[in-house]
Each structure stands twice: as structure tokens, then as C-alpha cells.
Design a protein around this ligand. Structure first.
Ligand code: UDX
Length: 436
């Protein structure tokens, strides 16, 4: 099939590349000339495991092309995906100006039937708003479809190629047929394509992310309580996760959820409920708890150093909001750094992928080490903010050579408690027994 993807951010690029991989002809359109130029020359603008191979292969086979020319991009397309940003506006509600702006531009160019797909996460009612833009500007028949993405950074290619489900919101039989044809190759293993109305589809995305954020937040509160009552959150997690109704996944406590989706989507759903005069109290509590959880390690440090971090130097392992990505949006590490600096401490960090982005944001407010051991030099304590695999089984002997004190504050529960006892560490993790 012939597809156009408008917007080559994370979602657009993964979508375009993975759609090309099953034999479709995909043209990706973006307004950023420098970025398009780079992609035309085979340069991939994001780090996502496995995407580069597909990206280069499909460019080489001419199924994946890039342009800044919207008219040329959509001319032959049967389906046009809109993968545009929906940042939180000043009031927390999703800002739809990019989507509605693109819809207007497209509406002035279409000459034959097209399916317009909202891939971005958008509030309930957006498909209707997009449809209204087309109705206002053209008499050409089009159908607007809601098709939310459920891609996790780090495993996005797998999530796209083998989705748990594909959600399609449309009231048009014609659009339904085209979308079934397009997604058929991705659900061969039997996972469902779930057809529903546009509004249910739009809400499904927000509800899924908000539920997961709530699940994590619940466990973070259980972990905090574990520390107070002397229970072990790992045991509790296994105890409840074995119940199939609860499930084992997304029960890992830590230093709060981050990233480009959960914080934004929880906020947008709460806001959207407010706008419809429904007070979604649970989500407000989730946001509140998550804010506090992001600096739980700093609270622990303050307690350990009796309220005084002035002149202390800390090593920080991990900046990205989670492993296998260079994404630092809403990363708990940034909140930790901010608090440490405010308290007069200094920081040296190491992250396998996230350092360039943090450097662009914070410059030399902190120091950047060339590897995880170099980051420990002269540090009063080590803090762990991201569970990268390289941090899971470090060379503890090498660590001792540079770490001034054997003190670790671990926000991701990476190490076995007994092992840390044997190695003689002060080890403070989340929701588990304190080793001192
Ligand atoms: C998420 C959704 O999973 C995906 O379906 C959606 O479409 C986009 O948002 P992503 O933001 O890439 O994906 O990250 P995810 O792996 O879901 O993790 C989100 C956050 O939750 C991270 O900060 C992670 O550290 C945290 N988390 C996750 C926990 O703290 N504990 C867990 O058990 C799981």
C-alpha cells in the first residue's frame, strides 16, 4: 500500500519504518529540512535498538523515503498517518495545534479518498475535530481514524511488528477494510485488531498509560510503606504478582515513572476529565505521589547526612528515564541532580546513551565521566537512577578503588541484599531492608 507519515519524531519514524518493512511504500514528511536531509542520506535521528537495520534496509530498497514537500508526500497515499506532537499546553491539556494545523494543510491538498489516521495521543473528541477541519475545507471524501500507538521506547520495533493488540477507532467500513489490510501482517500470530468507535479508541490510549502509571505508583507507595514497617517489597511484589488478576509486570518500585508518555498522558486525562466536570481523583493522587517519588533518593541522602549535603560529591549512574534509550524527558535523574545542586552538592555522572542530551540541557553544571567507574572518583556515595544492564553486575573490586566510601543509594533495586552485606556496603534501596 502507499502510505504517508506526517511527522518523523519517535512515533512517526518507528511507524514509517516498520510499515515499509512489510512491503508498503512509505513517504515520511517533516517540516525540518536539516533532519529530512540527513534521513535522505541514511542518517537516523534517534537511538532505538533494531530500528537502524530496518531503516537502512528500507531506504536501500526504496520503500522508505523522506520529503519536506507535503503535497508530493500525500499525493498518492491511500493512508496518511499523523504522528505529530501533542505537548501539554499551559493548562496541562494536550495542545492540538500541530495536528489541526496539519489537517488543515492536508485538507487543502487532497484530490481523492484518503484515510487520515491520528497516531498521536489525543484527547477524546479529536477525531471529530480533525473531521470538521476537512469538512470545512474540502468536499473530497476522507475518513478520520484513531489508531493509538502503544510503543515502548527501547523495544518499539518489536512492539510495532508484534503488537499485543491494534486498536482502530472508526465508524467507516471503507476505512476499516483498508486498516485491516494494512495491519494484517502484524497480527498473524493471532493477536487482535480491535475495532471500536473513535472516542473509545482515543480513551483507550489514555486509560492504558494511566493504568500502568497507577500500577507503578501503587507499588512505589507499597515500597515506601515496606521501609516503615520492615517488610520487603520484592517479596510483596512476588506475592501479589503471582495472582494472575494482578500480573507480574509493571510492579517494580523505583524513583517514579518518567518519559515522554506517562507523565503527559496522566496529566492530560485528569485535565480532560476536569473539562468534562468529572474529578478523576485517583489520577491526581498518582501525579502527586510520583512527584514526591522522584526525589526519594535525595530525601534518603538528607537523612543519612543529617540534612547537610553541602560540599558532598556524588556519583550518579543513569540519566535516561529508563534503559536502552537516550531519552531524558521527565527523567527522575534530572530531578535528583536539581535537588543535589540546590543542596550544595556536586555530581559526576555516567549513562551509556543519555549524557549528550543532559549535557545539552545542563552543560557543565555537573561532570560527565567516560565510564561508570571513572564516575566514582572521589565520590562520597553512589546513586543509581537507571537500571542499565551494565550497572547490574559491576566489578565491585574496581569500584572500591575509586569510591571513597562504600555507600550506595539504589533507586532501582539492582543488587542482592546479602551480597551487599558480604561486600561491606551501606546499601539503601527502595522498599527493602536497609543494610548498614
Ligand atoms: C510507555 C508505554 O509502556 C507505552 O505503551 C506507551 O505507548 C508509551 O509510554 P515508555 O514511556 O517507553 O512506554 O516506557 P515504559 O517502559 O512503559 O516505562 C515508563 C516508566 O515507568 C519508566 O520511567 C520506567 O522506569 C517506569 N517503570 C516501569 C517503573 O518504575 N516500574 C515498572 O515496573 C515499570
Amino acid at each position: 500500500m502507499k502510505i504517508a507519515v506526517i511527522g518523523t519524531g519517535y512515533v512517526g519514524l518507528v511507524t514509517g519504518t516498520c510499515l515499509a518493512e512489510t512491503g508498503n511504500n512509505v513517504i515520511c514528511v517533516d517540516v525540518n529540512e536539516a533532519k529530512v536531509h540527513k534521513m535522505q542520506h541514511g542518517e537516523i535521528p534517534i537511538y532505538e535498538p533494531g530500528l537502524d537495520v530496518l531503516f537502512h534496509r528500507n531506504i536501500a530498497q526504496k520503500r522508505l523515503t523522506f520529503t519536506t514537500d507535503l503535497a508530493a508526500g500525500i499525493k498518492d497515499a491511500q493512508i496518511i498517518f499523523m504522528a505529530l506532537p501533542t505537548p501539554p499546553g499551559g493548562d496541562g491539556a494536550a495542545d492540538l495545534s500541530y495536528i489541526l494545523g496539519a489537517a488543515k494543510d492536508i485538507s487543502k491538498l487532497v484530490t481523492d479518498y484518503k484515510v487520515i489516521v491520528n497516531k498521536s495521543t489525543v484527547p477524546v473528541g479529536t477525531a471529530d475535530k480533525v473531521q470538521a477541519v476537512f469538512t470545512e475545507n474540502t468536499s473530497v471524501e476522507i475518513d478520520v481514524v484513531s489508531n493509538p500507538e502503544f510503543l515502548r521506547e527501547g523495544v518499539a520495533v518489536d512492539d510495532f511488528m508484534k503488537p499485543d493488540r491494534v486498536v482502530i477507532g472508526t465508524s467507516s467500513e471503507k476505512a476499516k477494510k483498508l486498516m485491516s489490510e494494512l495491519y494484517g501482517p502484524y497480527v498473524r500470530q493471532g493477536n487482535p485488531i480491535l475495532f471500536m468507535d473513535e472516542r473509545s479508541s482515543e480513551l483507550t490510549k489514555y486509560a492504558a498509560n494511566s493504568f500502568l502509571a497507577t500500577k507503578i505508583t501503587f507499588m512505589n507507595e507499597v515500597a515506601n510503606l515496606c521501609e516503615i514497617v520492615g517488610a520487603d517489597v520484592d517479596a510483596v511484589r512476588r506475592g501479589i504478582g503471582s495472582d494472575e488478576r494482578i500480573g507480574k509486570r509493571f510492579l517494580f518500585p523505583g524513583i517514579g515513572y518518567g518519559g515522554s508518555c506517562f507523565p503527559k498522558d496522566v496529566q492530560a486525562l485528569a485535565k480532560s476529565a476536569d473539562e468534562h466536570k468529572y474529578n478523576f481523583k485517583l489520577l491526581k493522587a498518582v501525579m502527586d505521589v510520583n512527584e514526591k517519588q522522584k526525589t526519594v533518593l535525595v530525601d534518603k541522602l538528607l537523612k543519612y547526612y543529617k540534612g547537610d549535603l553541602k560540599g558532598k560529591h556524588f556519583a550518579l549512574w543513569g540519566l535516561a528515564f529508563k534503559p536502552e534509550t537516550d531519552d531524558i524527558r521527565e527523567a527522575p535523574a534530572l530531578y535528583i541532580i536539581d535537588e543535589l545542586l540546590k543542596n550544595g552538592a556536586t555530581v559526576t555522572t555516567f549513562d551509556p546513551e543519555g549524557m549528550a542530551n543532559v549535557k545539552a540541557l545542563l552543560g557543565d553544571k555537573i561532570e560527565y565521566a567516560e565510564d561508570q567507574y571513572a564516575a566514582l572518583k572521589g565520590a562520597d556515595a553512589l546513586l543509581i537512577a537507571t537500571e542499565w544492564s551494565v550497572f547490574r553486575n559491576p566489578d565491585f573490586e574496581k569500584m572500591e578503588e575509586t569510591l571513597t566510601n562504600k555507600v550506595v543509594f539504589d533507586g532501582r533495586n539492582l543488587y542482592d541484599l546479602q551480597k551487599m552485606v558480604d561486600l561491606g556496603y551501606y546499601y539503601n534501596s527502595v522498599g527493602r531492608k536497609l543494610i548498614d
